[in-house]
Design a protein. Sequence first.
Length: 89
Amino acid sequence: MIPKLEYIVLIILALIFYFTTIREDQKRKENKKFIKKNIKIGSRVITESKIIGEVIEYDNTECLIVTGKDDKISYILIDFNSIESLIEA
């Protein structure tokens, strides 16, 4: 008995979806490790909410960034997990 072509296509699509989601998750974890390893005072970062700022303090779990220009600056305390990427290390 040969399985119908629809079932084969469905299984292939399910496998492709499974492996692409796993790969995206692995990339995200690798990026978080890279950020934690390479962040330093003076690094420019982009948060998940797309705020660009400069790191002025950090510890094991949190990071204080400053954003804005001249007299209109803001200090934001964020979690390391909310940093999306480093602009400059």
